[in-house]
Design a protein around this ligand. Sequence first.
Ligand SMILES: C[S@@+](CC[C@H](N)C(=O)[O-])C[C@H]1O[C@@H](n2cnc3c(N)ncnc32)[C@H](O)[C@@H]1O
Length: 268
Amino acid sequence: MIISNQRYELAQKAHKDHWEKRWKGNCERQERTGEYRRYQADLLKKYVNLNSGSKILDVGCGLGGLINYLDYGERYGLDTLMDYFLQDFDMAKEVKWIKGRGENLPFHDDFFDVIISTNFIDHIQDPPKVLAEMRRVVKKQGFLFLTVDTFPWWVKSVKMFLESIGKGNWGHPYTFTRNEVKKIIGGSGFKIIKIFNESDNLKGVIGDNKEKDAIPFKSKSKIDRALEIKKQRGYGGLFGEFLAVILLRIFQEGRFYHKRHTVFIAVK
Ligand SMILES: C[S@@+](CC[C@H](N)C(=O)[O-])C[C@H]1O[C@@H](n2cnc3c(N)ncnc32)[C@H](O)[C@@H]1O
């Protein structure tokens, strides 16, 4: 089911507030985002054949989106709030910035080599329509690089209940499980070739990373903290290891109940 216009307006208001209050002038946040984007840029390069002639579109690019951290190709960034971004922020000159909606992309069919969509499809009004548009404008054999928060079904139920009593997270009109995202991407005609979680890089704490491409997003300080606690309290062996994992799962942005973010790589 698609959300109402009214609900979408609440989400858009939350996005604008976010950029205004949490991004503007916040150098520390911008720096941290830069570090994260560099991991994503490496990942993208690893899976997708890109060169100086590649056409790349970041849909719902926001400020500090991945498109800013690529140093090749013909780059486009599209967002509904683009007027505001261009007016109030310094936007990179090498990227073509476009005001528009993902539900109606202003490009002809088979135009791009890659579509980027990070932390976007749970913030919009009509995810299946946007995915269909992304598929339309990407070339045959072109790629989709999509990241989105995913949750277990029980967290989704709690969040839906909270929303129904007026305690929703207004910037996130949708809460997806991993399977729901798979269905939306698959349903649009993309073929998914890889899925993993960015937040699963626990290397050095619980042994080798199970999903070797995971990104250590914002995890370092939390891992350091958990290890410090483990050391201070003198927990050792298996028990200490167990405790470190529990601490990490709770501290690391609620990793226990929340996959921030799940990465889907798909091809047309
Ligand atoms: C959570 S931000 C993510 C920004 C960026 N992709 C990132 O990873 O940081 C979502 C962005 O999507 C934009 N947006 C929301 N609905 C949109 C739509 N239908 N079409 C294009 N952009 C949209 C919002 O204005 C906001 O800047």
